[in-house]
Design a protein around this ligand. Structure first.
Ligand code: DX5
Ligand code: ZN
Length: 232
């Protein structure tokens, strides 16, 4: 049984950037309990999005934790700016960190919660030494860079293995999943052990973030309940 409740973490990547405050408010009404902010630099991933100034503006419009997913090279150079802007959780890619332990310590030293993100082809075993230091591990279920991509089914194995590892090591980091989480995949990712569900196009793609977020969260919660009954 999963000790953590299932939570919806809407990704603003698929929101209307010109209406960001309203979009975030709608996602919150839809049951979102943290806001996922995708930061891309055009180098680590083939796309460019937003950075600390947008985090700073968002900070004035929501009290929810801002979950910043840094898809950038040299993340250490930008951690102070994200702290200053009001970020709460900072996820850095394993593949972008030459000195991962140092980066995690830097995030903590700036008063934020550290997470590590794994690309689909990166094995979870690489994280064992740092797992005790983490607030969350984010399993990418698409190759990072764009919203609206197809869920990679192998990610379910990684979620299950990570969940088992967390139990074995008796740790309390949260398990997050990002990419292709929608009505057709949400039950499987919850059953596999994810509890922080990042969803972009499934929440914002239809222009009805409150309604669509609520429906997705309800489907996720139903899958979580079914899992608990099975183990009761
Ligand atoms: C992709 C981003 C995701 C993206 C997910 O690189 O990390 O957070 O917003 O979008 P969907 O939910 O549409 O797959
Ligand atoms: Zn993301």
């Amino acid at each position: 049984m999963n000790p953590f409740p299932v939570e919806l973490v809407p990704s603003i990547l698929s929101a209307d950037f010109a209406e960001l405050a309203d979009e975030v408010a709608a996602a919150e009404r839809g049951g979102g309990t943290a806001i996922h902010v995708d930061v891309m630099d055009g180098h680590f991933v083939p796309n460019i999005t937003i950075g600390p100034p947008v985090v700073k503006s968002l900070r004035r419009h929501t009290e929810l934790p801002l979950d910043c997913h840094l898809m950038i090279e040299n993340p250490d150079d930008f951690i102070p700016a994200f702290a200053e802007a009001g970020a709460n959780w900072v996820g850095v890619h394993y593949e972008a960190c030459r000195h991962l332990h140092r980066t995690i310590e830097l995030i903590r030293a700036h008063g934020m919660e550290p997470g590590v993100v794994l690309n689909p082809a990166t094995p979870i075993a690489l994280l064992v030494p740092v797992l005790p230091l983490l607030h969350h591990v984010l399993i990418m279920s698409v190759n990072p860079g764009f919203g609206g991509q197809k869920f990679i089914p192998y990610s379910l194995n990684k979620l299950r293995d990570l969940r088992r590892l967390r139990d074995e090591m008796q740790l309390g980091f949260r398990i997050e999943v990002d990419g292709g989480v929608a009505h057709d995949t949400v039950a499987e990712v919850v059953e596999a052990g994810a509890e922080l569900l990042v969803a972009g196009s499934a929440v914002f793609g239809g222009g009805r973030a409150a309604e669509d977020g609520r429906k997705l969260l309800e489907a996720a919660q139903a899958a979580g309940r079914a899992g608990r009954e099975q183990f009761a």
